[in-house]
Design a protein around this ligand. Sequence first.
Ligand code: AP5
Ligand code: MG
Ligand code: ZN
Length: 213
Amino acid sequence: MNILLFGAPGAGKGTQSELLVKKLSFLQISTGDLFRAAIKNKTALGQTAQSYMDKGELVPDSVVIGMVDEVLANLNGKNFILDGFPRNVAQAEALGKILSQRQLEIGKAVFLEVPSEALLSRLTGRRVCKSCGAVYHIASKPTHKTGVCDSCGGEVIQRNDDKEDVIATRLKTYAESTAPLKQYYKSLGKLVAVDGDRNSEEVFVSIKAELGK
Ligand code: AP5
Ligand code: MG
Ligand code: ZN
């Protein structure tokens, strides 16, 4: 089954995707990660995306939708997780069209529910590996050696948009544009809400159960 994971910034989409990839062999499609890779590679797409990401705003729909369409054209039969896409109703509608053209389907839209009080400390304390993208937290999931990735030895850094002023805009963007997706997927009968305010393993067990595993 293909799924999509959505929720506020810091809700744990990346963390849960990492577990789904490792333990259930899903393919993770994270639009945020794809943009960060484009920025690192200094492509035109990266340049466009960065100007929005640095402010905590959404990258224009046409840019994101084209990028996802390209990834979905090259799946090689793997089950996938959409992490961070769609992010508004227009993107959700475009996704519906792309999927039906490619004879693909999303089985469940998993919403990670986390109270807003928890989000700020998750985001300000987050650190990520520059090389492999592994996600850490200074308090709840520190690396064994400060600044060094446990999995690949890469450099572990803070994301550019994990600064308090940018976080505030991201949370506002989420409330205005992304939260309405709950209603959208509920009306399609695909919405599953999972309590994301528990430790990652517990959250993962709930998601697994929703997938019938
Ligand atoms: P994106 O990279 O998707 O960022 P986001 O949605 O803000 O989400 P995050 O990655 O910040 O949070 P997460 O839910 O993955 O949490 P994580 O697992 O890391 O997008 C970045 C930007 O790109 C956007 O602002 C936008 O500009 C652009 N963009 C991307 N997609 C787009 C689209 N479709 N359309 C337009 N623009 C787009 O966890 C966070 C922290 O909490 C970590 O430190 C982790 O260790 C910790 N943590 C996780 N789970 C738990 C737990 N259960 N308990 C305690 N701590 C936990
Ligand atoms: Mg993420
Ligand atoms: Zn790494």
